[in-house]
Design a protein around this ligand. Structure first.
Ligand code: BMA
Length: 326
């Protein structure tokens, strides 16, 4: 049962008897693979508070397995109406750029508009940027980087006067490597001062994040610094396995990692995470939070097939990250 009288943000208490730092919504998955008529799968998607409810940008792969992003709306953050047609972009701060595919969106409100980043097919994957005011009309800007890159995640406010974005340089395929970098921009068009934030771990220290890592939801500012949830990957004899961890980055210099979880916070352990088009994937792309209520609700793609939610208390996650840091 969702406690809608107290707060409209999706929330469920930790299950009785559980000591987990993060726990799953009992009615997962919240979005079915066939929630719109054309979809093969709907996963790795982003949501944000909007008007008197929520809006989202959803990754829907169609039945030709073409990847695209679709707008959606919800009153409670759980039951979603997803548009049946993909987002059509208009020129933003540049002429229209080729987009062979779009996937893995993130959304954040900064200053006066909602900014969207996604993995944009431009001679291979790179980071596309767009914005909207109303989730009806969308504008596409310059790509942030050269190919190949994935997991572009904006900070929700300027840092030292500049926009800041995390990303993960990659290859044109399934990328058997990958570290998280940060880049800065004065105008959302030109990006530079690229710095390494966080690398994969030695296998013997924390194997779940030893192959590649990538930023997940928009970072959340806490008393300790930026809480950055991320995915980490281990290469197993049956392929990649994606789990979620947390790091805390310095507030003013986010390229400085203060803490980083050695154990994962959430890993594929239930059927909808273990079985799907790509088994064993927990891929967080968005989070709602309420600092006053100390609540966090993470949206993650499960097995590249559906969208699920997990909950946690912000202060517990911060303490856990400090006390279990590498
Ligand atoms: C990554 C991206 C994600 C996907 C993950 C697992 O490279 O393509 O969209 O969830 O692989 O297949």
């Amino acid at each position: 049962m969702i406690d809608s009288k107290i707060i409209t943000m999706p929330w469920q208490e930790r299950p009785a008897g559980s000591t987990d730092i993060m726990w799953r919504y009992s009615e997962n998955p919240i979005i079915r693979r066939d929630q719109i008529p054309t979809s093969n799968s709907i996963f790795n998607s982003a949501v944000v508070p909007f008007e008197d409810g929520y809006a989202g940008v959803f990754r829907c792969d169609n039945k030709a397995v073409q990847m695209n992003i679709f707008a959606g709306f919800s009153k409670n953050g759980i039951d979603w109406e997803i548009d049946h047609e993909p987002i059509v972009m208009q020129p933003g701060n540049t002429q229209m750029i080729q987009s062979d595919y779009k996937y893995d969106p993130r959304v954040v409100f900064i200053e006066d508009r909602y900014w969207i980043t996604w993995c944009n097919g431009y001679h291979g994957p790179t980071i596309g940027i767009g914005y909207t005011f109303d989730f009806k009309t969308f504008y596409q800007c310059e790509n942030a980087f050269l190919p190949f890159n994935r997991n572009g995640v904006l900070f929700p406010q300027k840092i030292n006067g500049r926009y800041a974005m995390l990303s993960r340089p990659s290859d044109n395929g399934h990328t058997p490597f990958g570290d998280i970098y940060i880049s800065y921009s004065p105008d959302m068009k030109y990006w530079g001062e690229h710095r390494c934030v966080m690398k994969v771990t030695p296998f013997e220290d924390s194997a779940w994040q030893s192959t590649k890592i990538g930023a997940g939801p928009i970072p959340i500012l806490t008393d300790e610094g930026w809480l950055m949830l991320y995915h980490g990957v281990i290469n197993t004899c049956n392929g990649f396995r994606y789990a979620m961890g947390a790091a805390i980055l310095d507030k003013d210099q986010p390229e400085k990692v203060k803490y980083r979880t050695q154990p994962y916070l959430l890993a594929p352990q239930v059927a909808y995470e273990q079985v799907g088009d790509v088994p064993n994937v927990v891929f967080p792309c968005a989070a709602l939070h309420d600092i006053n209520q100390n609540r966090l609700c993470v949206y993650y793609g499960a097995a590249d097939t559906v969208v699920a939610m997990a909950f946690g208390y912000l202060d517990e996650i911060v303490v856990f990250t400090k006390e279990n840091s590498l």
